[in-house]
Design a protein. Structure first.
Length: 136
């Protein structure tokens, strides 16, 4: 009997914890070429353009677009950076001049001269699911 009650309590507790872990962010990326795939990184302010993402995904390109979902993202401020990995080497390639050799994009679709800035790319995550379209 004690085992049944303990199992029931553990199950109910895990449901509450699972329900409160975060929300989902779905990212859709329209592309002009189906070559390769899309590598997507979710960053906080401390990691943006400085360190690996806090969460990363790869999305297959199907019919001119790629879609991926970050699950259980806690409320907070984040930014997304992504690129089309045309040669499937899992890294952003650059020209000898330092310019990107593969298409890239950031949240809020900010495309400025030079590297993306946190202040331009950041967005807020609350309890509601988010759907973002990021253009390259």
């Amino acid at each position: 009997m004690k085992t049944i009650i303990a199992t029931l309590c553990l199950t109910i507790t895990s449901l509450f914890i699972q329900a409160q872990t975060g929300t989902d962010i779905t990212v859709t990326v329209p592309v002009t070429s189906d070559k390769g795939n899309i590598v997507i990184g979710l960053y906080d302010e401390a990691t943006f353009m400085k360190a690996p993402p806090i969460k990363g995904l790869e999305a297959e390109i199907v019919d001119g677009q790629a879609t991926a979902t970050f699950t259980n993202v806690p409320a907070g401020t984040y930014a997304i950076s992504l690129f089309q990995d045309k040669n499937l080497n899992k890294r952003m390639d650059f020209e000898p001049t330092g310019m990107p050799a593969e298409p890239y994009g950031v949240s809020n679709n900010v495309m400025s001269m030079g590297p993306p800035q946190w202040s331009d790319a950041k967005f807020e995550v609350g309890s509601e699911k988010l759907t973002l379209e990021i253009r390259m």
